[in-house]
Design a protein around this ligand. Structure first.
Ligand code: ADP
Length: 236
């Protein structure tokens, strides 16, 4: 289970994430939505252990991310906003490095590497350095590193950002295939994506949860098909 309790982040007098609580059960794909600056990335960074909360906690598979970071991170994959770092590494070198960090060994290691390289269609760019890749390929390398150890919990910040329509479709199909039994949280600004992969949608505005409902209920708020219109109505 993923259990977020009163999570708060303040920068000086500015509160970026304000007392956010929610739980996600296995099998749920939670869409994390909200206008720019709502606090989505900050929340995801705190859950992933990349940023310390000012208050509150995140428990991943029963492990508090602050108190037991190794145990919590072991059962979680995280795709940060933007592209993976270590641009000078080749894609193969980078994924090998991630396999080392995840302590994958033997046939399981080679099977996992082969599987994600196939799932993200990275064969053609394996010997290319990450910094020379197109935005779409970088994003796919990012998704590959997040899922390499087949984690129980997946936190992905805009996993389809920068992908062309075909690639978006591929990544959504991949998320759907992984979803049974797992806990997945993705941020997105595309309503169609919520429809395609999510079982639940949370809207964050000014650091607070303002909506927590099904994708069908969310779609009913957006006759225009545009999430921006929904944000305007729920934050008015
Ligand atoms: P979102 O992902 O929803 O677009 P963010 O989580 O990136 O929103 O940011 C939430 C708010 O926190 C924004 O107003 C942003 O400017 C602010 N913020 C993020 N990081 C910092 C920081 N290091 N210092 C000060 N303010 C920050």
């Amino acid at each position: 289970m993923l259990e977020i309790t009163n999570l708060t982040k303040r920068y000086g007098s500015f509160t970026a994430v304000d007392n956010v609580s929610f739980r996600v059960q296995p099998g749920e794909v939670l869409g994390f939505l909200g206008p720019n600056g709502a606090g989505k990335s900050t929340t995801m960074r705190m859950i992933a252990g990349f940023l310390s909360p000012t208050a509150g906690s995140a428990r991943i598979c029963g492990h508090d991310i602050e108190d037991e970071p190794l145990q919590a991170k072991r059962c979680m994959g995280y795709l940060p906003e933007g592209a993976p770092s270590y641009g000078e590494m080749t894609v193969r070198g980078f994924l090998d490095f991630i396999a080392d960090i995840r302590q994958l060994t033997g046939t399981h290691r080679s099977e996992r590497l082969q599987k994600v390289i196939g799932q993200l269609q990275l064969q053609a760019v394996l010997e290319q350095s990450v910094e020379t890749l197109s935005k779409g390929f970088r994003r796919r390398v990012g998704v590959a590193q997040a899922i390499l150890h087949d984690p129980q919990v997946l936190i992905m910040d805009e996993p389809t950002d920068g992908l062309d329509p075909n690639q978006k479709h591929e990544v959504r199909t991949l998320i759907n295939a992984m979803a049974p039994g797992k806990i997945i949280v993705i941020s997105t600004h595309i309503l169609e994506e919520v429809d395609a992969v999510c079982t639940r949608a949370i809207i964050l505005a000014r650091g607070r949860i303002v909506v927590d409902e099904t994708p069908q209920e969310l779609a009913a708020r957006a006759p225009s098909g545009r999430l921006d219109d929904v944000f305007r109505t729920v934050t008015a």
